[in-house]
Every structure is written in structure tokens, then in C-alpha cells.
Design a protein around this ligand. Sequence first.
Ligand code: SF4
Ligand code: SF4
Ligand code: SF4
Length: 243
Amino acid sequence: MKLAMVIDSSRCVDCKACMISCSTANETPPGRHRNWIKTKPPEYSAARPGGHFQPGACMHCEYPTCVPACPSGATWRKTETGEVLIDEGLCIGCGNCVPACPYGARYIHGKRRVADKCDYCASRRVQGLEPACVGTCLTKARVFGDLDDPGSEAAKRLGKAKFVQLEYPGVATRPAMFYVKETAPDNWMRKPEAPASLRFLSDFAAPGVKTLVGLVGFGLLAALARVLLLKDGDAKQQGGAHE
Ligand code: SF4
Ligand code: SF4
Ligand code: SF4
């Protein structure tokens, strides 16, 4: 199973029903949102005609930069489905994962003191319902489903069109959010930041320091190296948290 969201930006009319329904379904605190609509800046309009609004949310990346940034193991990727999830019982609210996400998809929940982001409305899906944003979108700009199921709305849409995955330059996160037909804007992502503690560890992970590799494990270092190497990507424009 490979869960994904497939978005046709040309259908979005910026009604923001998806944001309102998401906030209601997931009880996000005032001023915080799990999803968003980006607006195409004027300089894009002439060069790239098409939709003006770009719906988004956590991209449930195949190579999520938030996972190696999490010191407690609270943030993890479920390989069976591709979902990137937060175990709130393990989350210590340190906030390391927030700047580690190039899409600004996370925030710290003020009351619960844990990280929060889109989970494809897990609580609705166990009842057989679609994610709230998808169920609310009258224009079908957002569709969701299992790409391994050829009958799913997501697979059908993806099979008919060329698509793009949005990535910060040099950061190959491989998002499970696919944009068909129209992808602008693509200049709002931000440079992911590794936590200071991991940067410190990486300084010692020079060739020859094998004992440290043994201490922290190859997996963490590999993931860490990925985040840190990506620090050198070209910054285009800093994105903001979706407040
Ligand atoms: S509900 Fe659909 S059309 Fe309305 S803003 Fe969201 S994605 Fe766009
Ligand atoms: S979009 Fe951000 S929070 Fe979501 S999986 Fe990717 S890196 Fe993690
Ligand atoms: S705030 Fe983020 S990085 Fe810190 S423990 Fe929670 S999920 Fe992990």
C-alpha cells in the first residue's frame, strides 16, 4: 500500500473549506493549521499560466527530514503505507522536527505540548471516511488514496497526467504529494535545519571515528548525513510556519 495525495491545483478556487474542515476534525489550536493554500505570486502568472492556488499539507515524504531530527523516536515512517506519523506518547515537545521540515508542515501544539501535523485524518480513516480536506473539496482539487490500487481516485488521477513532486533544491525528500498539471508556486520551501545536537555529533563522525558510528548506529548517521549534506542546497525563499 502506498498512500498519497494527488492535487490538481488548476481546480482549486481558494475557498479554504479544506482548511476549515481539517481544523475542525483535528481540533487544531487557534491560528494553527495542518494544511494550507499557497498563492501564486504575480511574477509566476505570466510565465506559467494555470491555477493560482496550490493546496498542501505534510507530504508524507519517502525520505522525511523530520525523522532523523527526532531524538525520541516519536516521529517515524510506516513503511507498509508510507505514512509519516507522530507517537504522542513518545514526543517530548523539543521542537527539533519543526525546522527540520522543508515544508513548514509541523508545529508544536500549545496545549498538548507535542508536535502536530497532518496524519491524513487517521481518526476519520478508521471509520472508513476520507481525510477531511478531501471530503470537503467540492472541486476535487485534492484526492487521496492508495497508489497501489488502480481503482483509487489518486491512482486514476496520477495515471492520466504528468506530475511533479515539490522539493527544496538539493533535498530529495520524495514527497507522497503529487501535483498534476500546474505546480506553481515552487519557491516557498525552506532550508531544513538539523538540530544542534545532531550537528555536533556529525562533526565527530569523520572517517576513522568508527566507535561513534557504533554508538549512534549506521541508520541515524546515514539519515543525519542526508539532512546535513542537504544544508548546502540553494536557498530560494524562506517559508513560514502555517499559522
Ligand atoms: S477545498 Fe478544494 S477548492 Fe477549496 S481551497 Fe481547499 S483545495 Fe482549494
Ligand atoms: S513534509 Fe515535513 S513533516 Fe511531513 S514527512 Fe516530509 S519532512 Fe516530515
Ligand atoms: S517535538 Fe518533534 S523532534 Fe521533538 S520529540 Fe516530538 S516529534 Fe520528536
